[in-house]
Design a binder for this molecule. Structure first.
Ligand code: NAD
Length: 260
C-alpha cells in the first residue's frame, strides 16, 4: 500500500530503525536509510531493501548532530525519490551515569541526536508534506518519554521533549493531511540496550543477570523484551489511510511498563 511513497528513517542501519525500513520496503515504498556502521554491511542492507520493495533505496550518511546534513538529506530524498511522504525520527543514543558524573558532551550529544534532530527533520520536511497535502511523521520516543529512571538524565529529558514536539507539530499540520505521532517502546532487544548493560552494572553495582532481570525486565510486566518487528508493525499501521485521525498521540508498546 506504499507503492509510489518515499520514507526517510533516521538511524536505520541497526535495530528498530532497520525494522521500520524493512516494513516500509515490504509495502513497496522507496526508502532512505541513515546511520553509522560498516560500509559493506550498510550496502548489503540497502540492496536488500531495494530488492524487497522493487523501488529505490538510498543510503545517506547525514550525522544527526548536524542540522545542515539533516536538511540536505531531506532535499536529496525530494530530488531522487520524491516526497518525503514518511519520515521517522528514530536515531538515538543512550548514556547512563548519575548527574554529578554525567559528561557534558554526552548531555549535548543526546539532546542533539535524540531530540533536536527531529526538529531539524520536521522543519525541512513539513513544507514539502504541506505542499503534497499528505505526510506521516513518526518519532521513536520511549517509555522514558512518560516516566523516568535514575542515571538517564539526558535520555529522559530528550524523550519527554520529543513527546512535546510531536504534539506541537501535530497541531501545526492537522489540516494538511499530515499526522505526527510518537511510538514509545519499552525495552526492545537491540544493540542500544545491550551496550548499556555494562554501564548500568557499574552505576548500580550489579551483575549482568541482575541488570537484565531487576532493572530491564523488572519494569516490564510482561517480563519479555519488545521486538523490533512489533514496533515496526505499528509504524506501518500509522501510515495507512485508516490511521489518518491518529495524530498527536504517543503510543506505548511497552509490555505494560507505563501502566504500572
Ligand atoms: P541502535 O543502537 O540499534 O540504533 C541506533 C541507530 O542510530 C543506529 O543506526 C545508529 O547508527 C544511529 N545513530 C546514532 N548516532 C547517530 C548520528 N549522530 N547520526 C545518525 N545516526 C545515528 O538502537 P535502537 O534500540 O534501535 O534505537 C532506535 C531508537 O529507539 C532510539 O531513538 C532509541 O532511543 C529508541 N528506543 C529504543 C529502545 C530499546 O529498548 N532498544 C526503547 C525505547 C526507545
Amino acid at each position: 500500500f506504499l507503492k509510489g511513497r518515499s520514507a526517510i528513517v533516521t538511524g536505520s542501519t541497526s535495530g528498530i530503525g532497520l525494522a521500520y525500513a524493512k516494513a516500509f520496503a515490504s509495502e513497496g515504498a522507496s526508502v532512505v536509510i541513515n546511520g553509522f556502521g560498516d560500509a559493506a554491511d550498510i550496502e548489503k542492507e540497502r540492496a536488500a531493501l531495494a530488492a524487497t520493495s522493487g523501488a529505490k533505496a538510498l543510503y545517506d550518511a547525514a550525522d544527526m548532530t548536524k542540522p545542515d546534513e539533516i536538511a540536505a538529506m531531506v532535499q536529496r530524498c525530494h530530488a531522487e525519490l520524491g516526497g518525503p511522504d514518511i519520515i521517522v525520527n528514530n536515531a538515538g543514543i543512550q548514556f547512563v551515569a548519575p548527574i554529578e558524573d554525567f559528561p557534558v558532551e554526552k548531555w549535548d550529544a543526546i539532546i542533539a541526536i535524540n531530540l533536536s534532530s527531529a526538529f531539524h527533520m520536521m522543519r525541512a520536511a513539513v513544507p514539502l508534506m504541506k505542499a503534497a497535502k499528505w505526510g506521516r511523521i513518526i518519532s521513536t520516543a520511549s517509555a522514558h518519554s512518560l516516566v523516568a529512571s535514575p542515571a538517564k538524565s539526558a535520555y529522559v529529558t530528550a524523550k519527554h521533549g520529543l513527546a512535546g514536539l510531536t504534539k506541537t507539530i501535530a497541531l501545526e499540520t492537522a489540516t494538511f493531511g499530515i499526522t505526527v505521532n510518537a511510538i514509545s517502546p519499552g525495552y526492545v532487544w537491540t544493540p542500544l540496550v545491550e551496550k548499556q548493560i555494562p554501564d548500568t552494572m557499574t552505576a548500580r553495582n550489579m551483575t549482568r543477570e541482575q541488570v537484565m532481570n531487576d532493572v530491564l525486565l523488572d519494569a516490564q510486566p510482561t517480563k519479555e523484551f519488545v521486538t523490533v518487528d512489533q514496533v515496526a508493525a505499528l509504524a506501518l499501521y500509522l501510515c495507512r489511510d485508516e490511521a489518518k485521525s491518529i495524530t498527536g498521540a504517543n503510543l506505548s508498546v511497552d509490555g505494560g511498563w507505563t501502566a504500572a
